[in-house]
Ligand binder design. Structure first.
Ligand code: B4P
Length: 190
């Protein structure tokens, strides 16, 4: 079983590249951002709580997201491969993921780190705001999401570097150019 983490700051193209990977390799996509947006759309009490956090650009609690992810893994059962998109976002989530996968007899194969400069991230997210109107894509919230990323999420890279699983991908250029770089790494893992 191949388990990939697609990783990078907000707007680095995790969701965009995940779609391309799934098309070619047929892996199962788990996007914690999508799972949270579904919870919000359901109108549940939990969804209201989640909405208040996401709209400020903060992370939801590790406890909540680990719970959601663990349920999702149980629901999926045995699949040939998984792309974790937007998870882990803290060191605690990274070590919990290691335990959850080891309990299921598997492990992360590689973390693909999409490396994109700050100004390109802001440009992409503001463009998405004008197309999709996502509530957390306003300038103020984007700045906070990038701050939260630097403080809480960026250290996750070291966790995987130490295990020899870090693969850094130049995340600039066209969607297809970036995918070709990712594809080379994935072919080595097959
Ligand atoms: P996510 O849904 O993961 O949002 P993201 O980081 O903004 O998205 P991504 O990097 O996937 O960007 P995309 O491909 O869409 O999370 C949303 C929120 O949920 C978080 O802020 C947090 O509050 C919460 N959350 C999620 N997971 C959590 C966790 N584990 N723990 C706690 N909280 C959690 O690309 C962005 C834009 O760029 C798109 O419009 C795309 O079209 C464009 N783009 C992509 N590639 C491009 C390219 N090469 N050139 C030009 N444009 C490009």
């Amino acid at each position: 079983m191949i388990n990939i983490v697609i990783f990078g700051p907000p707007g680095s193209g995790k969701g965009t590249q995940s779609k391309k990977i799934i098309e070619k390799y047929g892996y199962t996509h788990i996007s914690t951002g999508e799972l949270l947006r579904q919870e919000i759309a359901s109108g549940s009490e939990l969804g209201h709580q989640v909405e208040a956090i996401i709209s400020k650009g903060e992370l939801v609690s590790d406890e909540l997201i680990i719970d959601i992810l663990s349920n999702e893994l149980d629901r999926l059962g045995n699949v040939p491969g998984i792309i974790f998109d937007g998870f882990p976002r803290t060191l605690n989530q990274a070590s919990e993921l290691k335990n959850m996968l080891s309990d299921r007899g598997t492990a992360i194969s590689a973390l693909l780190f999409l490396d994109v400069p700050h100004e390109v991230l802001i440009e992409r997210l503001l463009k998405r705001k004008s197309i999709d109107g996502r509530a957390d894509d306003t300038m103020e919230v984007i700045e906070n999401r990038l701050r939260v990323y630097q403080q809480q999420t960026a250290p996750v890279v070291e966790f995987y570097r130490k295990q020899g699983k870090l693969r850094t991908i130049d995340g600039t250029g066209s969607v297809d150019e970036i995918f070709n770089r990712i594809d080379k790494v994935l072919q080595e893992l097959q």
